[in-house]
Ligand binder design. Structure first.
Ligand SMILES: Cc1cc2nc3c(=O)[nH]c(=O)nc-3n(C[C@H](O)[C@H](O)[C@H](O)COP(=O)(O)OP(=O)(O)OC[C@H]3O[C@@H](n4cnc5c(N)ncnc54)[C@H](O)[C@@H]3O)c2cc1C
Length: 383
């Protein structure tokens, strides 16, 4: 959920993949990172008959798309959850244009809203007339990639493969991995979160370093976690914000929203979600999962008077700051003099970048990451 959704238009009119079929065939391509961007790029390159390998530092594919099963009877999205655009993006992500892929979605229009302000809960249901988005009915973003992209790319992914250095080797590239291995490739597509690039965890030899890379220090990468709590009673509204009603209009990346995580879904269970992202880590970012859940329960008890702790039955937590290869939520404000597309422009026709930070109007979303990958693949095939 992005509170900015209330104020910003979602325009994701980037590429439509059929162009790729006509592109020139290159040699081998290595993708760094198996999140939304890496999987999408791998899918389109493999479909185009290119020899592709995806190097993923962690033990799992998906990156900030992650599924949890075991709390209630619906799968939960520990990272991306909302579809911040028209559902026709699904077909476009797999190069079939705005086709109906049979993915069941819900028109997400919460009906009851409360604001916690000055130690009081205030109702503001008028918001139901303004806010609507799309969510999955019975699957997740993870389920989307699992069904539509993974079958094409699963055999191309190497896990535990953390890239640390990229250098020229004659006409080709040489990639060094943390475990000491080195690999050759012709072109590389880097899709790691910008947190990794900001910290210099992947270095590039002189001729391959993007000239404005140091400007990334002026691009924020936020902090964030999600928590889901199950209760025997549904004591909460569809959405609950902190602050005065007017805070909803603030143009800020920081969000702390409680929401009925199974609103409109086919279940009778009560799962409350907490989505929390901010520019800087908060007190809660440093808590371990058990302490975080206790802290949340105390807050809910204060708001609702005892019922939260009394009816609590279990929780799932995902602290994105603690993920070694992600280190936060998503890219935020850019205070540098360059656009992100200038900072992460292709280098020497060999090094390319994609990922949510390059999503343009859809920055910090799954489809923004995917469309940036399609765009990078098209450039990569043509340079
Ligand atoms: C709490 C939260 C809620 C969100 N909610 C939504 C939402 O509702 N809707 C939405 O559209 N978006 C949402 N997003 C944003 C969305 O999840 C991301 O924009 C998107 O998943 C990013 O995809 P990506 O491929 O750019 O990066 P990632 O998913 O981060 O993938 C990058 C991959 O690179 C790997 N990697 C890192 N370093 C290396 C290395 N050195 N070598 C090899 N591999 C490496 C990482 O392990 C990771 O798997 C949310 C994000 C968060 C954190």
């Amino acid at each position: 959920m992005h509170r900015r959704t209330f104020t910003r238009l979602s325009i994701a009119s980037l590429l439509c993949a059929p162009h790729l079929a006509q592109a020139r065939k290159p040699q081998s391509v290595t993708i760094v990172g198996a999140g939304s961007a890496g999987l999408t790029a791998g899918y389109h390159l493999a479909k185009a008959g290119i020899e592709v390998q995806i190097l993923e530092a962690s033990k799992n594919w998906g990156g900030r798309v992650k599924r949890f099963k075991g709390l209630g009877d619906m799968p939960l999205d520990l990272g991306a959850e909302w579809i911040h655009d028209d559902p026709n993006i699904f077909g476009r992500m797999i190069g079939q244009g705005p086709t109906d892929l049979g993915i069941r979605t819900i028109n997400y229009r919460p009906q009851t809203y409360k604001f916690w302000h000055n130690n009081r809960l205030n109702k503001f249901n008028a918001l139901r007339n303004f806010y609507q988005e799309v969510k999955f009915l019975d699957t997740t973003w993870y389920g989307f990639f699992e069904r539509f992209m993974l079958p094409t790319v699963a055999q191309n992914i190497s896990f535990g493969a953390q890239v640390t250095h990229v250098a020229e080797q004659g006409n080709r590239l040489s990639l060094r991995l943390k475990d000491g291995r080195s690999l050759d490739t012709d072109k590389i597509l880097v899709t790691v979160p910008i947190s990794v690039l900001k910290r210099g965890q992947i270095s590039f030899s002189k001729n391959l370093t993007p000239p404005n890379l140091t400007a990334l220090k002026d691009v924020d990468f936020g902090s964030g976690f999600k928590a889901f709590l199950q209760f025997s009673e549904r004591f909460y509204p569809d959405m609950l914000f902190e602050g005065a009603r007017s805070s909803i209009l603030a143009d800020t990346w920081a969000e702390k929203i409680y929401y009925d995580a199974v609103f409109g879904k086919p279940t009778r269970q009560n799962i409350l979600g907490l989505f929390s992202v901010s520019e800087k880590p908060t007190r809660r970012s440093a808590l371990n999962n058990a302490d975080l859940v206790n802290d949340i329960l105390s807050e809910l008890n204060e708001m609702f008077g005892g019922v939260a702790k009394a009816s609590f039955s279990g929780a799932a937590v995902q602290n994105w700051n603690a993920e070694q290869h992600i280190q936060g939520s998503y890219s935020m404000e850019n205070r540098s003099p360059y656009d992100l597309s200038e900072i992460l422009a292709p280098v020497s026709g060999k090094v390319f970048f994609a990922g949510e930070a390059l999503g343009g109007d859809a920055q910090s979303t799954v489809h923004g990451a995917a469309f940036s990958a399609i765009s990078a693949v098209e450039k990569l095939l043509n340079e």
